[in-house]
Design a protein around this ligand. Structure first.
Ligand code: ADP
Ligand code: MG
Length: 696
């Protein structure tokens, strides 16, 4: 393996300095290791030739055999192109090039036989192929079986680098490698029946049978995930070994008084279990880093409060950080009411806290008389100094970057226990990877008496009916949300549709007051509008997804989500969680245009059949891949998986996790000579990525 890293691709036949630079810029390929780990995205069967007459919209790639009938230059300037007609006797298809027109026109001779490979597309009712690969029949007679199709970028294509170019380079590189020391430990290789590293590379690039290809893919996916898990788990173990935490030994007056005299409801079984898990962790003498997952409305706040009271009982201060001012203020109100009669000193710190209050906070934090600080990002500023911070709660953590979390963590000489609360249900295999270094607690039970939200899918033609039902809710004294998508790519258009939507809602419900928020408003204006709705001065809130997180208005029983087809499932689920928070029956209407793909329809229909966040998250992960989840969670962990997929390869993720655990059980730092190759490989692969080991 080391030799692969040490061999620069500049010196590979056909590359040279200019192309090496291009490959590095475009795909991060610098050396033989990188090149050989640029895997085909899929394969084509070289023995299969399609008939032009049979081409239809279902074919991502086709291979054609025939002759060029004519070449003609068309267009001017930037639109200049070379158009050829290619015929195989069953029909003819247009072949188009936008670059290197002169060279191409000279390279191919009308009347000779060629094999073309490319993706057919339809334009003005005619089929064409843009920038196909072209081979003479003689040149590829020798190859048969499957050939890989390599992922490329636009720039590479424009410089004349094709999948076939990659294929050739990789063959040349492979031919120079006679032996390769396998980085995986022999016991892991035999336990999981993996093929060796060199064979895997050979078969992934040159599969001779489907079975060998499958074995190669398994080996390479496993390797990728195993290295990732080793990296995550090694740090997690190191942290657990080395980081002492404040030992919370006692349950005292704060906790007991609240529990026995002020608890507003009986805890659910899940809340009790989770509190026990957290207590055990905080009493262990090691620093706790725990993720608390619980669906919207599952009662995470109460759990957080009880745990904060344990921190107070042990003579430390606690801090709760929320992603927005509104949420922080809501938490502050809820919690200060709950502990109102207990002599707990609790304060709110946000960007808009006045100087006088800030000074009091500073003073009380320093002398230890402030028990609980609730706030936004403001709490991580350097001037905020605790006397004795023992416990930190981070609510809806996906809005925080890792760096911000790390700053909070450093506010105490002994790192405080950290509880990260999220309502984004994360499927297990993903949690295992993204939060591999966190312990996980789950509240999988809603408080009793909640009526499940009724979710309906409605198309544009039913809009009047939908408005009628909303009207009925409003007349009954309830409130309603109208949510519009605001997606970065087309902000202007989206904003326009949002503003039009606002006008339409005002016209349709003339006797009700309508508030209006979106992400581009000034924070003060946003807060003002939100507050109108929260205090029931407004009956309707027209909003973008800014309301996704945390807003709690139990009297709001209806949500209409416009263009629901444009949202991801998990996002719809988060949004829907804004209703169904009180006793009233709640409704969520997904408005969609009628013309949507079968997949989209399936997604939306799933929403109408379940309110279980975990089922929805699994489905979302399967349908959309993990990219979206990772994005919203800003996990800070750059996965960059080459071949494995967290969504599709759940079983391999589990295997890799088990294998990594067993390797680390005997060699926690990978410092034994047997594992030195493994350790070096991990260092190479992860050295450019963020070290998230010290981050909760
Ligand atoms: P989330 O997990 O979404 O943050 P909250 O903590 O805001 O949920 O709780 C949602 C609502 O449920 C709140 O109004 C809260 O007072 C209520 N609640 C929490 N725990 C219980 C319980 N055990 N029984 C009844 N209601 C509860
Ligand atoms: Mg909450």
């Amino acid at each position: 393996m080391d030799t692969l890293f040490n061999r620069d691709i500049t010196y590979l036949k056909g590359i040279g300095p200019a192309r090496a630079k291009l490959l590095d810029n475009e795909l991060g390929i610098k050396n033989f290791y990188d090149l050989l780990h640029h895997f085909p995205a899929h394969y084509i069967d070289r023995s299969r030739i399609y008939r032009i007459a049979d081409i239809n919209g279902e074919m991502p790639y086709v291979q054609l055999k025939g002759r060029f009938v004519s070449f003609a230059q068309q267009g001017e300037g930037a639109k200049r192109r070379l158009v050829a007609l290619f015929s195989d006797g069953t029909g003819a298809i247009e072949i188009v090039w936008f670059n290197r027109i002169k060279q191409i026109a000279e390279a191919y001779t009308p009347g000779n036989e060629y094999i073309l490979f490319g993706r057919p597309s339809q334009f003005n009712n005619r089929w064409s192929i843009v920038h196909p690969e072209v081979d003479t029949t003689a040149s590829i007679a020798a190859t048969s079986g499957m050939r890989g199709v390599y992922p490329l970028t636009e720039k590479l294509r424009n410089r004349g680098i094709t999948s076939r170019t990659f294929h050739t380079w990789i063959q040349t590189a492979l031919a120079t490698i006679k032996t390769l020391n396998d980085p995986l430990p022999p016991d892991i290789i035999s336990q999981y029946r993996l093929i060796n590293a060199l064979d895997a590379l050979r078969h992934i690039h040159n599969p001779t049978t489907p079975k060998l290809l499958e074995q190669a893919r398994l080996r390479l996916k496993f390797e990728e995930l195993y290295l990732l898990q080793l990296n995550i788990q090694r740090y997690a173990r190191r942290r657990k070994r080395s980081l002492a935490g404040v030992r919370f030994t006692r349950i005292g007056d704060f906790f007991n008084t609240f529990y026995f005299n002020h608890l507003p409801f009986t805890l659910t079984g899940a809340q009790k279990r989770v509190i026990k898990e957290i207590r055990a962790d905080m009493g262990s003498g090691r620093q706790m880093n725990r993720l608390l997952q619980g669906d919207v409305g599952s009662g995470k706040t109460l759990v957080a409060l009880l745990c904060m009271l344990i921190a107070l009982d042990n003579g430390t201060q606690a801090c709760l950080m929320a992603p927005t001012e509104i949420l922080a203020a809501q938490h502050y109100e809820t919690l200060s009411q709950l502990v109102a009669k207990m002599g707990v000193n609790i304060r709110l710190l946000t960007g808009s806290t006045r100087k006088k209050e800030r000074d009091i906070i500073d003073r009380e934090l320093a002398d230890g008389s402030l028990h609980i600080l609730i706030g936004t990002h403001a709490v991580i500023e350097d001037r905020v100094q605790f006397r004795n911070l023992g416990f930190v709660v981070i609510d809806e953590q996906h809005r925080f970057g890792v760096v911000q979390r790390a700053r909070l963590w450093k506010k105490s000489t002994i790192p405080p226990h950290v509880l990260v609360m999220t309502a984004t249900p994360i499927p297990r295999t993903l949690a295992m990877t993204i939060y591999g270094d966190l312990d996980v607690s789950v509240i999988d039970e809603l408080p009793p008496g909640r009526k499940p939200i009724v979710t309906l899918l409605r198309y544009e033609d039913r809009r009047l009916d939908v408005y009628k039902s909303v009207g009925a809710q409003l007349r009954a004294g309830r409130q309603a949300y109208f949510v519009y998508p605001l997606i970065k790519e087309n902000e202007k258009l989206d904003l326009k549709s949002l503003e039009e939507g606002y006008e339409l809602v005002k016209e349709s419900f003339p006797s009700y007051k309508v508030a209006f928020v979106h992400g581009q408003m000034k924070p003060a204006e946003k807060d003002y509008q939100m507050n109108l709705f929260a205090t029931h001065q407004a009956d309707i809130l027209v909003a973008t997804t800014v309301i996704e997180v945390g807003v709690n208005v139990p009297n709001a029983t209806t949500m209409v989500i416009e263009n629901a087809e444009r949202f991801g499932l998990s996002q719809l689920h988060q949004l829907r969680g804004r209703v169904g928070r009180g006793e009233g029956q709640s409704y969520c209407v997904l408005m969609s245009k009628y013309a949507i793909s079968a997949d989209t329809r399936k997604r939306l229909e799933l929403m109408t059949t379940t309110t279980d966040g975990f089922i929805i998250a699994e489905a979302d992960l399967k349908m959309r891949g993990p990219g979206d989840l990772e994005g919203t969670m800003q996990s800070g962990l750059m996965l960059n998986l080459n071949i494995a997929s967290l969504a599709a390869d759940g079983q391999i993720v589990q295997m890799a996790r088990d294998a990594a655990d067993s390797t680390l059980d005997t060699d926690p730092e990978l410092s034994s000579p047997d594992n030195s190759r493994l350790a070096r490989l991990i260092a190479r692969i992860f050295d450019r990525k963020i070290d998230f080991s010290l981050i909760s």
